[in-house]
Design a binder for this molecule. Structure first.
Ligand code: 16G
Ligand code: MG
Length: 561
């Protein structure tokens, strides 16, 4: 390591005095103007991680659904997964080191992580469409090169595309070709193969409206749509030609406001979906004939996908295990439906893709989705081998099912939730099953739910257990929540410190919207009182024509990323 060169270069990417940032649930994220030093240092760190793992590492410059002025960065590990937890700590130390301590921190990390400094390093870089992203990814490149790493800059990519590239490279192309073209071809040919049967039946005029959040998803979907167009025609809205990124549109807006994005024309019963700003989340929705809005979130996506997979697994009859992984935010109706009607085992993990992903790896086939629309399906090596073998050898119906599963394996981006890939899977299933969006929605009825946020002096005073469903500290808070929950039917509530914002999130559900809102309010008050609330006390809401008034409105929880 040429530490002198690092010191010299670092001056050009100087850290603002006193600025402390945390590698959060999905990397660093804040105002773009504060991130130059972080980008440079993540370039350095990616080189060390690449040397240590003897693999290609990815660096993605994006702040997902955050406002356009923000930016962020996350590292991608060799199998296309999110960065290992122990390295998140190194990332935080490196980002926060004062200029003069930078060389020492680099040496410390190398020693602690037993990095072989003689090893070559290779880093791939992708970025979203934010105005600041190009400059910031150049800072990543500066960090990579000063430590002698090689790099390939993919330029504009969705987050899941970068994850895909990393895995392709580290699997020597076995997972696919590490190019954008390779990604389009792999997914599209799986989609076309899979849907052949449905489209032969004459169901060949499927259209879907896609709100692209004015983000990178628009560029990539516009490039890709010709590859699968005879089967599915997508109409792009909020494609970035005029609107602002994530402003009044995108998956996060739709999920948290439970209303359609601006800039999309919806006719009754028409299927629509929204991506988030870096296209790793998707939600569906429609207006019914009475003009009522219906949201189909990650829970219902997981349900559709798992019921389709379960049917195919029964047909091949090979005893492969299927499990569904959710978080505490999953609507109680979805969990009940999966467990009681579909008889599928359901597991709950902490919030954040990496937790769900790791749990899903325990099954032959692991379906994971957060309610907010982040998710995918993982197939174990053994399951994949078995399915491939059955697709070749078995007879008729069994072979047909195995072939479908084979294409489904290729259609999913197994490195991370991917809005484009999930969209194609959903469209294929709806076409094959001949399901309308209303029939899909009618699988079960969501329990009314409400998310709120509460400001406290230090959100770390709250610690949780049982996949964030129970509070351990401060004393008395869980007991208070238990007592409040008892007052309502079909009710559930939990609180957790956010991993991305300086607030505590409150979630409640119950048998009616009114009861849900009362429960959410009462739990917020308990948090405010027992966990050091600051600012204005939560106020009971006034609900009129579906609108929230008073300061309660400002507490309305932003759906998590
Ligand atoms: C992140 C996570 C998302 C999670 C959200 C929770 C990834 C790629 N993203 O952005 O999965 O739902 O954080 O945010 O892991 P919160 O801690 O503020 O509720
Ligand atoms: Mg995202």
């Amino acid at each position: 390591m040429d530490l002198d060169a690092v010191t010299k270069q670092s001056v050009l990417h100087a850290k603002p005095d006193g600025l402390i940032l945390q590698y959060g649930t999905a990397g660093f994220r804040t105002k773009a103007e504060h991130l130059d030093h972080v980008m440079f240092r993540m370039g350095l760190l990616a080189v060390l991680r690449s040397k240590q793992t003897k693999s290609t590492i990815g660096v993605m410059v994006t702040a997902s659904h955050n406002p356009e002025e923000d930016n962020g960065v996350k590292l991608v590990d060799p199998l296309g997964e999110m960065l290992a937890a122990s390295w998140e700590e190194h990332a935080t130390c490196l980002a926060n080191a004062e200029e003069q301590h930078l060389p020492r921190v680099l040496v410390d990390i190398s020693e602690k992580a037993a990095v072989d400094l003689h090893q070559d390093a290779f880093v791939v870089i992708g970025r979203d469409t934010r105005p600041s992203s190009e400059r910031l990814s150049q800072s990543v490149i500066d960090g990579v090169t000063v430590l002698g790493g090689q790099f390939y800059d993919y330029g504009l990519l969705t987050t899941p595309q970068l994850h895909y590239m990393v895995f392709c490279r580290n699997s020597n192309g076995q997972y696919g070709k590490a190019t954008v073209e390779g990604y389009y071809q792999k997914l599209s040919s799986a989609f076309v193969e899979l849907t052949k049967q449905a489209f032969c039946r004459g169901d060949d005029h499927r259209t879907l409206k896609v709100d692209c959040a004015n983000g990178i998803g628009a560029l990539k979907l516009a490039e890709m749509k010709h590859y699968f167009s005879p089967g599915l025609s997508v109409q792009l809205f909020n494609d970035g030609t005029k609107g602002k990124l994530n402003h009044l549109c995108g998956a996060d807006f739709v999920k948290s406001h439970q209303k359609p994005p601006q800039g999309i024309e919806m006719r009754a019963n028409e299927r629509c979906c929204s991506f988030d700003g870096d296209a790793d989340r998707i939600v569906y929705y429609y207006h019914d004939a009475d003009g009522q809005f219906h949201l189909i979130d990650g829970d219902k996506i997981a349900t559709l996908i798992s019921s389709f997979l379960k049917e195919l697994l029964l047909e091949i009859g090979d005893g492969l295990s299927l499990g569904v992984v959710q978080t505490a935010y999953a609507n109680g109706s979805s969990t009940r439906y999966l467990e009681e009607v579909m008889k599928v085992p359901v597991y709950c993990t902490k919030t954040g893709v990496k937790h769900l992903h790791h749990k899903a790896q325990e099954f032959d086939i692991g379906v994971y989705f957060e309610a907010n629309g982040h998710g995918t399906v993982l197939f174990s090596k053994a399951a994949e081998t078995k399915i491939k073998q059955l697709a070749k050898e078995s007879e008729d119906e069994k072979r047909k099912a195995a072939k479908m599963l084979e294409n489904i394996i290729d259609l999913f981006n197994q490195t991370i939730g991917d809005a484009i890939s999930d969209m194609l899977v959903i469209e294929a299933i709806l076409a094959l099953k001949g399901l309308t969006v209303q029939q899909w929605d009618a699988l079960y009825t969501d329990l009314p739910n409400r998310q709120l946020k509460v400001k406290v002096a230090d959100r770390q005073v709250i610690s949780t257990t049982d996949a964030e469903r129970q509070v351990v500290k401060p004393p008395g808070l869980q007991e208070a929540i238990n007592d409040l929950v008892k007052k309502y039917r079909l009710s559930r509530a939990f609180v957790r410190p956010s991993g991305t914002e300086d607030i505590v999130r409150v979630y409640a559900e119950a048998d009616s919207q009114e009861n849900t809102d009362s429960l959410a309010y009462e739990v917020s008050l308990a948090v405010f009182q027992l966990a050091g609330g600051i600012g204005e006390r939560p106020q009971r809401a006034l609900l009129e024509n579906g609108l929230w008034f008073s300061s309660f409105k400002s507490l309305l929880g932003k759906a998590v990323e």
